[in-house]
Design a protein around this ligand. Structure first.
Ligand code: SAM
Length: 306
């Protein structure tokens, strides 16, 4: 219990305890607003919203009538002070952004930090976010990812950023606008291996939702083939880099030695403990060294499992 807890007014029965509720809202499909988000937005005293007009559409949709104040990138410091004062006075305040989760490439962090600094409760009400939506349908075997937000707008800086990200051993995800999607895709094709898998999510959860999963080398032609593919909002992810040549030689030797004594899966698991590489990649590499594919291996084990 913080010293301030005892000084805070007690909530009415049925009301929300005083605090900041960080509420995720839909990224396109209104029905993605969660049940708890609805309950919170109907109960709070005040909503601090990135754009009050956008918030009012959502609040009207669910029949919620809280007070609404603007909380955007240009007034966040001032809003933060008001929000803290309201919570100290016993109110429940919601923070929303125009779409998705506040604080993820959206304003909100300063308000949240101010409420923490005042030792008042900050409560997440999780829900939609374009980055999570894309990763959920990307189908990458790697689970770690690096979220870049928006890439630099200037061509040289963007290309350099992507060059620096290309060797990443985690998935890389970024947001992109329709004005720059062609340039970004050209850059991806230039800096990634042609076979690296890229997943592009366009207009997720909306009427013209499109999810394209393909090789980096084929992406510019795919995008150029239809002008509709360049419209709307984008989130893009590319798979982790395959083990590089510098890594692969000693790793290959290790895998050969382990595979000579052990089943491939066990060899890959042990190699993963001895190297910074992932067991799945090592397993695939071990099969390559034996001249097999993961599919051959799966059908072999299918036929021998009974
Ligand atoms: N806070 C939001 C979130 O949690 O996803 C992101 C806000 S950021 C200002 C807006 C960017 O997110 C868009 O330019 C686009 O790159 C991405 N985005 C938002 N909604 C999207 C959607 N429905 N489909 C694809 N990308 C989307």
């Amino acid at each position: 219990m913080t010293p301030l807890d005892s000084e805070r007014p007690r909530p009415e029965p049925g009301a929300l305890p005083a605090g900041l509720y960080v509420v995720a809202t839909p990224i396109g499909h209104l029905s993605d607003l969660g049940l708890r988000a609805i309950e919170v937005l109907r109960t709070v005293d005040l909503v601090a919203a990135e754009d009050t007009r956008v918030a009012r559409v959502l609040l009207d949709h669910i029949g919620a009538r809280p007070a609404v104040m603007a909380s955007h990138a240009h007034n966040e410091a001032r809003t933060a002070q008001t929000v803290v004062e309201r919570i100290l006075a016993g109110q429940a305040v919601a923070l929303t952004s125009d779409a998705g989760t506040p604080g993820i490439s959206d304003p909100g962090a300063r308000v949240v930090a101010a409420v923490h600094a005042a030792q008042l409760p900050v409560v997440p009400v999780p829900g939609p976010s374009a980055v999570a939506a894309l990763l959920s349908v990307a189908g990458f075997s790697e689970s770690r990812f690096r979220f870049e937000g928006f890439l630099p707008a200037r061509p040289k800086a963007r290309r350099e950023r992507l060059e620096a990200l290309a060797p990443s051993d985690a998935i890389v995800v970024f947001y992109e606008s329709p004005h720059r999607i062609t340039e970004s895709v050209d850059d991806l094709a230039a800096v990634l291996e042609p076979d690296r898998i890229v997943v592009l999510g366009r207009e997720l959860t909306k009427r013209f939702e499109q999810i394209h999963r393909g090789r980096a080398g084929d992406l510019p032609a795919w995008l150029a083939a239809d002008s509709d593919r360049r419209r709307g909002e984008f989130v893009v992810a590319f798979d982790a880099a395959p083990p590089g040549p510098a890594q692969s030689q000693p790793v290959d030797e290790l895998l050969r030695a382990l595979c000579a004594e052990l089943p491939v899966r066990q060899a890959a698991r042990i190699a993963a403990r001895l190297t910074p590489l992932r067991a799945n990649d090592l397993y695939r590499r071990a099969l390559e060294l034996r001249g097999e594919s993961a599919q051959d291996e799966a059908s072999d084990s299918d036929s021998t499992s009974d």
